[in-house]
Design a protein around this ligand. Structure first.
Ligand code: GDP
Ligand code: K
Ligand code: MG
Length: 301
């Protein structure tokens, strides 16, 4: 490809994979900040958190998808749908597989889903540090490659950082030409702001259920580190109509207080520090018409 050396490149990368494949670990490894929740238990990733990676001329915006593939709850179904929409919208899809576990039923289901996607995916065989039998790795990669949904295979250890830089370089090179989506200065605390916003948005879903204005979104507008180690957060919940604002506020502000308290507790648990959370509700006109917003938050218009 002919490219001007100073041309900026930018795009979305969707990480898909079964629960515990190592998606969050990979994201944390390559972004370098703790942006996603990692735990040995399944399904800790309930939100779509993006990490942003900058190379010399490319900006990669990562989407960490929820690792749930047989959703029962309404919220889970919505999230799985959002995850696959995210994969559809992404410039590249990376399927992360636990190489030790091999082709499980879940992996099979995801590979079948990938066959419906318009573009091919990248295969990342993760946890190679756990697999002593290299023949087994080779066979696994051949078996998956035979499915004809992957263009490239990477053997990585997300935990140890083996092969992850090669993967990032490869992805960066594949990003389409285009200006960066996020200003360089915003990139460092952007993942934390996004994660904080997703947590509050999730609390909104739980509290309001059917009453939830579908288009309600949350933005973290202030992230202020305090000397005592705590953090001050200001978040705005954006809705489309005055009536929706009233629903979120509740009688005498009761509902938003409960929401704020719920969100704060979870934020403190996740960030492992005290959080001072201030919530605001604003009506944003013509919210639904701004395509950039949808691209950024992965919402379904
Ligand atoms: P996710 O559900 O796909 O996001 O998976 P997580 O990132 O939460 O990882 C699930 C578990 O696998 C955690 O206990 C990780 O520490 C572990 N893990 C992730 N990557 C690796 C790896 O490269 N090697 C080993 N040995 N363990 C890993
Ligand atoms: K997990
Ligand atoms: Mg995860």
């Amino acid at each position: 490809e002919n490219r001007l050396p100073y041309q900026q490149r930018c795009g979305f990368v969707a990480l898909v994979g079964a629960p515990n494949a190592g998606k969050s670990t990979l994201l944390n490894q390559i972004v370098g900040t703790k942006v996603s929740i990692v735990s040995p238990k399944v399904q800790t990733t309930r939100t779509r958190v993006r990490g942003i990676v900058m190379t010399d001329d490319a900006q990669l915006v990562f989407v960490d998808t929820p690792g749930i593939f047989a959703p029962k709850r309404r919220l889970d179904r919505a999230m799985v749908k959002a995850a696959w929409n995210g994969a559809n919208d992404a410039d590249l899809v990376v399927l992360v597989i636990d190489a030790g576990a091999g082709i499980t039923e879940e992996v099979r289901a995801i590979v079948d889903q990938l066959k419906n996607q318009s573009s091919k995916a990248i295969l990342a065989l993760n946890k190679v540090d756990k697999v002593a039998d290299k023949e087994k790795l080779l066979r696994l990669s051949q078996d998956l490659f035979a499915e004809e949904v992957f263009t490239d295979v990477f053997m990585i250890s997300a935990k140890k950082g083996q092969g992850t830089q090669d993967l990032v370089n490869f992805l960066a090179d594949k990003m389409p030409d285009g200006p960066w989506m996020f200003p360089e200065d915003d990139v460092s605390d952007m993942p934390l702001r996004l994660l904080a916003a997703e947590i509050t948005r999730e609390k909104l879903y739980y509290q309001l259920q059917q009453e939830l204005p579908y288009s309600a979104t949350v933005e973290t507008e202030l992230w202020e580190e305090r000397k005592d180690g705590s953090v001050k957060l200001e978040q705005t919940i954006f809705v489309e109509r005055e009536g929706q604002k009233a629903i979120i506020l509740g009688k005498g502000g009761k509902r938003i207080k409960a929401l704020g308290s719920d969100a704060r507790k979870e934020l403190e648990a996740i960030f492992e520090r005290r959080v001072h959370l201030f919530l605001f509700v604003k009506v944003r006109e013509n919210w639904g018409d701004d395509p950039n917003r949808f691209a950024m938050w992965g919402l379904d218009p």
